[in-house]
Ligand binder design. Structure first.
Ligand code: TYM
Length: 333
């Protein structure tokens, strides 16, 4: 079956291994299937829900595009663009904010985590952020949305918004209800310093994550220092339940080598961590180093990236502006 794929990544600093294994690796695989129509968006509008330095933001937009291409997304066969160049996103977000209910947004756990204790000081944009995400997806009639586990709740909200709009305006199936595509075992890559915390750009410790721009020595060092427990490698998957750091490192290894976690446990069982960490560093370096080099190369030619964004946003605009016109009619404008 052909799928309409849409996904987005925020340009808020270095992309890391969590973004890569949880989302971008899947983007690449989906984009290689000729039956799929894929749209990948650098969600710069989302990124300003928290404070950004304008110069850095611009650099990060280029870097995110470079990371997509360096990871293996072909910009000729897929649409790559940044959200702010397609005005329909902001417009649809406003219209959908009149459909979404406060009660729905109040349940969003990511807002609670990001706003922290001082909710009153969080931007209104941070609160209504999932509505813009719904607009992104629904404007393109996306059927499938590849994301990490942390975005699952936002996708459920997108489905609720789509259904409420369709029901309220009696336009059956106008907005498609998108399905999340979440990688079963690799949907939540954890911090290298704490197996119970998500690997994240916002973690103050750089050693907690592998960045797609890290060089070989940085990768080896971070894996050497990654937290583990004092026991040898686990005997079975059951044991992983109580050993989050071991589970995380074995998951990373399995995802990078496209192998099964239980098979790897059989091979690794009883060995010590330092031996395993050497193999893990090796597969990480083999996978990440070529991407890092390609990102650097691409960033030397900004006009090439600019051209991709230009072409991508033209194509995205064609699709989104048609949909927003239909939305206007339905709503009564
Ligand atoms: P963002 O920019 O935080 O993350 C980009 C993608 O990376 C995934 N991810 C992870 N996956 C596994 N383990 C981790 N530690 C990890 N950290 C991040 C995220 O789940 C995501 O798939 N709201 C989105 C961006 C967005 C979007 C959209 C996504 C805006 N509009 C429409 C899909 C469709 C976000 O902030 O992702």
């Amino acid at each position: 079956m052909s799928k309409k794929i849409f996904s987005g990544v925020q340009p808020t600093g270095n992309l890391h291994l969590g973004n890569y294994l949880g989302a971008i690796k899947n983007f690449v695989e989906l984009s290689k299937d000729k039956k799929n129509q894929c749209i990948f968006c650098v969600v710069d509008l989302h990124s300003i829900t928290t404070k950004q330095d304008p110069k850095k933001l611009r650099d990060n937009i280029y870097e995110t595009v470079a990371s997509f291409i360096a990871s293996g997304i072909d910009p000729k066969k897929n649409i790559i663009f940044n959200q702010s160049r397609v005005p329909a996103h902001s417009e649809a977000a406003w219209i959908l904010s009149c459909v979404a209910r406060m009660g729905w947004l109040n349940r969003m756990t990511q807002f609670k985590e990001k706003a922290g204790k001082d909710k009153e000081k969080a931007s209104v944009g941070l609160y209504s952020y999932p509505i813009l995400m719904a607009a992104d997806i629904l404007l393109y009639d996306a059927t499938h949305v590849p994301v990490g586990d942390d975005q699952k709740q936002h996708l459920e909200l997108s489905r609720d918004i789509a259904q409420k709009f369709n029901n309220e305006f009696k336009v059956e199936n106008f907005f498609k209800t998108p399905d999340p595509l979440i990688q079963k075992d690799f949907s939540r890559i954890m911090s290298l310093k704490d197996g119970l915390k998500k690997m994240s750009k916002s973690d103050s410790s750089d050693a907690s994550r592998i960045n797609l721009t890290d060089n070989k020595d940085q990768i080896i060092n971070k894996i050497k220092k990654a937290k583990t427990d004092t026991f040898p490698m686990p005997k079975d998957t059951e044991e992983l339940k109580s050993r989050p750091e071991a589970r995380n490192l074995i998951s990373i290894y399995s995802s990078l080598t496209n192998t099964k976690i239980d098979q790897n446990i059989e091979i690794l069982s009883g060995k010590n961590f330092s031996e395993f960490k050497e193999s893990l560093s090796q597969v990480l370096v083999d996978k990440i180093e070529p991407i890092t080099k390609e990102i650097k190369k691409l960033l030397n030619d900004r006009s090439y990236i600019e051209q991709i964004l230009d072409e991508g946003s033209k194509k995205a605009n064609e699709i989104a502006s048609k949909k927003i016109k239909e939305i206007h009619k339905i709503v009564g404008f």
